[in-house]
Ligand binder design. Structure first.
Ligand SMILES: [Zn+2]
Length: 452
């Protein structure tokens, strides 16, 4: 393993794409990285003194240079569960495939699945990933932390929990494990071993009691941690909640006092106008997963209405069990097309809207002083050329395979298509073997030997 941590990186000739409030700018220019941060940005040719100081120059001619992409929602355990439930809706998909496989995963499986999923995320341009972690055992959580530290990507780790139903955990155990994880991540950040932030990750409203939701959200708030929860994904799970308390998912969160600016609401496919008002009023973020919503036939989130209400939206792939990849650029195209298809409005989601979702509303952008999290995407190939609009080419032409270079905190983790920290071929081999064995243990028919 060799770390490519150049002291001073200079990116030249790139189409710099950043956003500043509602305005999206594209211009050919240069960007200098010093240590972990962006030192300077300019239009046109880089000054000679910048070239002289750079220990590494990246020529980004015919490439787009963006703030690092943010995958707002995934489940890395599902990296081993691609293509196993192509014809099932949400609740059957969970009960017949996902839950049995999750129950059979060892910590080593989790480690390998996380490594593979994070490598795929990085290859597709993500510099940060929100992992909604579904396997609650401490060893499984620690395996994910280890994988993220090894890959070098930033992560928000939302420790999943439910306290109702067959796999519900007692409230005191959830709280104790969140405290353990909080302390672990704090010590890693202090020792500069990882870049992982904690979040509380209630999985679904209909398996979380009122008391647990209230108490755990209050604890997360006290730590400054977000709460990341699936809501209003499919019509039948909304019905489950209505039977329990007569409320929609968003209404339930608001009545508990949990809805706030620290709440990340994943999916929001079936939300009423009144619920959108609640989300906007609270300043909560919606995580939009259009590919997963189409795959599970869940529906189309009302993205245009959310944009009109100025609700912050982050794009997410969701897990590979319902996508089936981690390609955020593919999700970008699907998000744009689904918004148009669902509304009959060609302006329902413009490329600039989608890129803001892909970068995330909280990014400081490509500015001096910002963390050097940068994604460079190659547009110099037949599918993209000629490029009249970089934003359009990124949303409608580019794919994860076009990601050229990814820099996180000043370190080049993907260098012209090559992973710098990991032996990727050996990882793929280990994952094929582990996934084959997992299928056997879970009692599910495996593929015809392709993973051996
Ligand atoms: Zn999910």
């Amino acid at each position: 393993m060799s770390n490519v941590k150049a002291e001073s990186i200079l990116i030249v000739n790139g189409a710099l794409l950043s956003h500043d409030g509602a305005r999206m700018a594209e211009q050919i220019g240069w960007l200098a990285v010093e240590g972990e941060r962006i030192a300077a940005v300019g239009v046109g040719n880089a000054p000679d003194e910048r070239r002289a100081r750079a220990s590494r120059v990246i020529d980004a001619r015919h490439m787009a240079v963006l703030p690092g992409l943010a995958n707002g929602h995934t489940h890395l355990s599902q990296t081993f569960m691609r293509g196993l439930a192509d014809g099932r809706p949400l609740l059957r998909w969970l009960k017949e495939v996902i839950w049995p496989l999750q129950g059979a995963m060892t910590p080593e499986d989790m480690y390998l699945a996380a490594l593979l999923g994070l490598v795929e995320n990085l290859r597709c341009g993500a510099t940060t990933v929100t992992q909604h972690h579904k396997l609650p055992g401490r060893e499984h959580v620690a395996a994910t932390v280890r994988a993220a530290a090894e890959v070098g990507i930033r992560m928000t780790l939302a420790r999943g929990w439910v306290d109702m139903g067959p796999t519900g955990e007692p409230l005191d155990r959830i709280v104790a494990d969140l405290e353990w994880l909080h302390d672990l991540l704090q010590s890693q950040i202090a020792n500069r071993k990882s870049q992982i932030r904690l979040a509380s990750g209630p999985l679904v409203p209909w398996r979380c009691s009122d008391d647990a939701m209230r108490e755990i959200t209050a604890r997360a708030r006290a730590w400054g941690a977000a709460t990341h929860i699936h809501v209003a994904e499919a019509q039948d799970e909304i019905e489950l909640m209505r039977q329990r308390c007569g409320k929609g998912h968003i209404e339930w969160l608001a009545d508990l006092g949990c809805l706030g600016a620290d709440m990340q609401l994943v999916h929001c496919v079936h939300v009423s106008d009144a619920e959108l008002d609640l989300i906007a009023g609270a300043g909560a973020t919606v995580v939009h997963c259009p590919t997963s919503n189409m795959y599970l036939a869940s529906g189309a989130a009302p993205v245009r209405k959310m944009l009109d209400q100025r609700i912050p939206i982050v794009l997410g792939t969701d897990g590979s069990g319902s996508n089936n990849s981690q390609d955020l650029l593919e999700c970008a195209k699907i998000a744009a097309l689904l918004a148009k298809h669902a509304t009959g409005d060609a302006q329902a989601a413009l490329p600039e809207d989608i890129i803001r979702m892909m970068i995330g509303p909280a990014t400081p952008g490509l500015r001096p002083g910002a963390p050097a999290d940068i994604t460079i995407i190659n547009l110099a190939h037949a599918r993209c050329q000629p490029v009249h609009s970089v934003a359009s080419a990124l949303v409608y032409n580019a794919s994860g395979a076009d990601v050229h270079t990814v820099i996180v905190g000043g370190e080049i983790l993907l260098d012209a298509g090559r992973m710098t920290r990991l032996d990727e071929a050996a990882l793929l081999e280990a994952c094929r073997r582990a996934a084959h064995d997992l299928m056997q243990r879970a009692g599910l028919a495996g593929s015809a030997g392709v993973n051996r």
